[in-house]
Design a binder for this molecule. Structure first.
Ligand SMILES: [Zn+2]
Length: 523
């Protein structure tokens, strides 16, 4: 049985995604990541259309790949070129120096007649001449049959003739492209099976777009029907709704369909590869991405958490470690005892199942959540709460007084804010004042001034994000606000939460938690 080969086109089709642009160095970095990860073919771009691709291929001549073959992409020879040898596109493809070349050709008669404006026979001749010439240059040739599925639905006889022509000319792989992304998995499976039956010896590939949300399903359906070559991009990056997401296809093939495409060790890098490429692309991956999202193995409902701890199969379709992800438990109103015990354990705090401490924490959380606290984003505040109950908490200071003064005069553009703070730190009273462009910034500066000498570790803290949410008022009188602050010390990021009817009070709580968290952790 043929091995299924993986073909990545993040550097070409992926870069077609709106808002994605890679520098040449980005592309080289991604190519190395993909090579390490076990991808068989890495497509670098279209040298005929893009000077950046030319530069990339020239840089890659020096960078040795361990596993993967580098691929250049282009079209079949132009209709006006006399021979393939003289065609500018084909010349560029060869000069890129890659061992493998993808050329795409038209398969849908509508495109040949109306867009290309040539006869159906002329189209076949262009495909034949281009592939034959590339084969003479000792290149491995992948023929991308553009619009294959729409073409097949419109004129199956011609679409099959295109494939037969490519194979006869020597194409090593015929890749069926679902260019418009509209086909559904059962159609793909049926059509690929028909191609497989017509050309049983051929290596068949699939290249799917995600316009109906089925690109991953279509890719897996193609393999199920006999395809042994899969094209896609990391995270499904690509034009319109994106390409087939290799980060979902690879674990699907390997963990569910018994097709070994990478080693177990490489598969365990999946999450890291997905996030690394997203970072280079400057794209935030949503938490609910299958396999690689932060929430992919996150359990919230108490019954689920309880069951997963007894046997993870109960609510997990694969093990998180197999794809390099982690099981997480979030704290919420739904959580029962087992969430808490598990969370405490992760923090190294022992709360046994029937202890008084556990009951108390549980009650307090329910009360706080009822008031508007939410610990999913405020995990550090939650840890402080647990520490208090477990006797692992040190109070950093005692507040004596706090004043925030807002000041605006009619000739001034902006409101000025001044915060005055009087606190007791290790039996000494500190009285500080600071200003800022808002109350949180002013309080933050005043608190730093008061604590910095005795707790130098707080110098590293930097406030990253500040969110205020107005909650529905419970009794129809005063609205309650919830403030979430995200802080970082350069290494870790933590969230703290404060809730009050007064936004300054809520901000103060979240701010104090952030400093206390860092100081308690540093002890
Ligand atoms: Zn494509």
């Amino acid at each position: 049985m043929k091995k299924v080969t993986l073909f990545d086109t993040t550097l070409r089709d992926g870069e077609q995604g709106e808002g994605i642009s890679f520098t040449v160095d980005d592309k080289v970095a991604i190519a190395k990541l993909l090579d390490d990860f076990g991808i068989d073919y890495i497509e670098g771009g279209w040298p005929g259309s893009n000077p950046k691709a030319v530069e990339f291929f020239s840089k890659m001549k020096k960078a040795k790949l361990k596993n993967a073959k580098l691929v250049a992409f282009g079209s079949t020879m132009r209709k006006n070129s006399k021979t393939a040898k003289e065609d500018e596109n084909i010349k560029m493809l060869i000069s890129s120096g890659t061992p493998t070349i993808v050329i795409f050709g038209k398969t849908w008669d509508l495109h040949v007649r109306e867009v290309f404006k040539i006869s159906l026979d002329k189209n076949l001749a262009l495909i034949k001449d281009s592939i034959e010439y590339l084969k003479k240059q000792h290149k491995e040739v992948i023929f991308d049959a553009e619009h294959f599925f729409d073409g097949y639905k419109a004129n199956p006889e011609y679409a099959m003739k295109v494939l037969a022509t490519a194979l006869k000319a020597g194409a090593d792989i015929i890749c069926l492209c679902e260019t418009n992304g509209g086909a559904l998995p059962f159609e793909v499976e049926k059509i690929v099976a028909e191609v497989k039956a017509t050309f049983p010896e051929a290596t068949i590939g699939g290249h799917m777009h995600n316009d109906s949300g089925c690109a991953v399903a279509n890719s897996l359906a193609a393999v199920n029907a006999g395809a042994t070559h899969v094209q896609g991009t990391i995270n499904g990056f690509g034009e319109r709704c994106g390409n087939a997401n290799l980060c979902s296809i690879i674990p699907g093939l390997q963990l569910k369909m018994g097709k070994r495409v990478v080693s177990d060790k490489q598969l365990a890098k999946l999450m890291s590869v997905a996030h690394h490429v997203a970072e280079i692309a400057n794209r935030q991956l949503s938490n609910d991405k299958p396999y690689v999202g932060y929430s992919a193995f996150t359990h919230k409902a108490g019954v689920h958490v309880d069951a997963v701890q007894k046997n993870s199969v109960t609510y997990e379709h694969v093990t998180p470690e197999s794809v390099g992800n982690d099981r997480r438990v979030v704290i919420s109103e739904l959580s029962g005892k087992s969430n808490l015990i598990s969370k405490a354990k992760q923090l190294g705090i022992d709360l046994s199942a029937d202890s008084q401490g556990l009951k108390e924490v549980l009650q307090e959380i329910k009360k706080l959540e009822h008031f508007g606290y939410q610990f999913e984003e405020g995990e550090a505040s939650f840890e402080l709460l647990l520490r208090k109950h477990a006797g692992k908490y040190k109070q950093v200071f005692k507040l004596i007084a706090l004043h925030v003064i807002n000041d605006k005069h009619d000739h001034e553009q902006e409101l000025s804010v001044e915060a005055t703070l009087k606190i007791e730190v290790n039996n000494r009273v500190q009285h500080t004042v600071a200003d800022g462009n808002g109350p949180v910034a002013a309080l933050d500066s005043a608190l730093r001034k008061a604590l910095e000498k005795q707790y130098p570790c707080i110098k590293d803290i930097c406030l990253q994000d500040y969110k205020v949410r107005v909650l529905d008022s419970q009794d129809g009188t005063e609205a309650v606000v919830r403030v979430i602050i995200k802080s970082t010390d350069g290494k870790n990021v933590w969230g703290t939460v404060g809730v009050s009817t007064n936004v300054i009070e809520a901000s103060w709580q979240a701010l104090v938690d952030s400093f206390e968290y860092k100081i308690n952790r540093s002890r």
